[in-house]
Design a protein around this ligand. Structure first.
Ligand SMILES: Nc1ncnc2c1ncn2[C@@H]1O[C@H](COP(=O)(O)OP(=O)(O)OP(=O)(O)O)[C@@H](O)[C@H]1O
Ligand SMILES: Cc1ncc(C[n+]2csc(CCOP(=O)(O)O)c2C)c(N)n1
Ligand SMILES: [Mg+2]
Length: 314
């Protein structure tokens, strides 16, 4: 099997939503009239974003999931993706499983894989994703307003706990299986993002860590926030370990949940949107005019974290 057999066999699927998909020098796409086009890229590098021995099917899922999560964060409907791979060797069973995970999730979200690039090299997966929102409707980072409630979807800290456990940093702690599942197969909150259009003011997805990512909203919106640490949602089985796992919950990363702000009078609309999307949401703080992020313990005292989130170069 050569490079082109590999592409034909594993990476060429029909793409009815594209004018022209895999097989030419470029794909041809026709965005929906009256919509804005969203484009985002996210890369996964072996040893940096995943362990080299991870199940290839899970890796295929995650490579697309982290990109779908960026579309979810904008409230966009994901439509097309490009898949760029560097593979150290041609291991057909590995590629078949990877493609199963990737194309399974693509099909579930109606995303057409319209092209990419394949080369030999250190295991690296890069995805470019494109999606749409009705013109001017997208959920951006720069639109939070003083007085907004701050919400987060799902549960935080599970993936970071699983990572630390795998690294031997949580001796004597048995984690629920949901933690490893969250690390290896995150569920992007695409439906929630779309439901929040017209309700949320600002949004992003939590990839580096809740505190670090919320800080991006604060910077771009020129405001501050207080966060009630006890309100940050996590897995029930981790509740007794909350104090020890606070760095995972508040600043761990790999959560792929949505953090968003909305005016208090839209709280019922937020809860209704979450119910339609089938995702739990928690109110965890408030946007204020006082600059900076204040993390508050149950007694109202301010907590300083050593790190707010993951940083590749820190
Ligand atoms: N090499 C680069 N060249 C140009 N723009 C970049 C580059 N790397 C990142 N960016 C841009 O910087 C912004 C922040 O990027 P980042 O990768 O941190 O996105 P994120 O959504 O916060 O996190 P994640 O990568 O986990 O999705 C984005 O607008 C992204 O397009
Ligand atoms: C083996 C291994 N080591 C570390 C981590 C943790 N990790 C890596 S990148 C990142 C932030 C998001 O990445 P990016 O900002 O590049 O999108 C996190 C939380 C992991 N998942 N696997
Ligand atoms: Mg993002």
């Amino acid at each position: 099997m050569n490079e082109f057999d590999l592409i034909r066999r594993y990476f060429t699927h029909s793409t009815p939503a594209a004018v022209l998909g895999v097989g030419d020098d470029a794909a041809i796409l026709r965005p929906t009239a009256g919509h804005d086009l969203h484009v985002s890229a996210d890369m996964l590098v072996s040893g940096r974003h995943f362990f080299a021995d991870v199940e290839p099917e899970a890796l295929g899922h995650k490579a697309l999931a982290v990109n779908l999560s960026d579309m979810a964060a904008m409230g966009a409907t994901p439509r097309w993706a490009l898949l760029t791979l560097a593979l150290p060797q041609l291991d057909e069973a590995w590629v078949a499983a990877f493609a199963r995970g990737f194309f399974g999730l693509a099909a579930a979200h109606g995303v057409g894989v319209v092209g990419g690039d394949t080369t030999r090299g250190p295991l690296t997966l890069s995805v470019t994703i494109m999606g749409e929102t009705p013109q001017g409707q997208a959920l951006r980072r720069d639109s939070a307003r003083s007085g907004d409630d701050i919400w987060v979807s799902g549960q935080l800290g599970l993936a970071a706990a699983a990572l630390r456990s795998r690294l031997g940093q949580l001796p004597g702690i048995a984690l629920p299986a949901d933690c490893l599942r969250q690390l290896e197969r995150p569920q992007p909150r695409v439906a929630l993002g779309q439901q929040l259009l017209g309700i949320a003011h600002a949004a992003l997805d939590v990839s580096d860590g809740f505190a670090a990512d919320l800080s991006h909203i604060l910077q771009r919106s020129h405001c501050g926030a207080e966060i009630w640490l006890d309100a940050l949602p996590t897995h029930p089985a981790l509740q007794p370990l909350r104090a020890q796992l606070l760095p995972c919950i508040a600043a761990g990363g790999d959560d792929y949940e949505l953090c968003f702000t909305a005016p208090p009078e839209r709280a019922a609309a937020v809860l209704a949107a979450a119910a339609v999307a089938g995702v739990a949401v928690s109110k965890v703080g408030r946007i204020s005019t006082v600059p900076g992020l204040r993390l508050l313990a149950g007694d109202g005292s301010e907590v300083q974290l050593e790190r707010l989130g993951y940083d590749h170069f820190a």
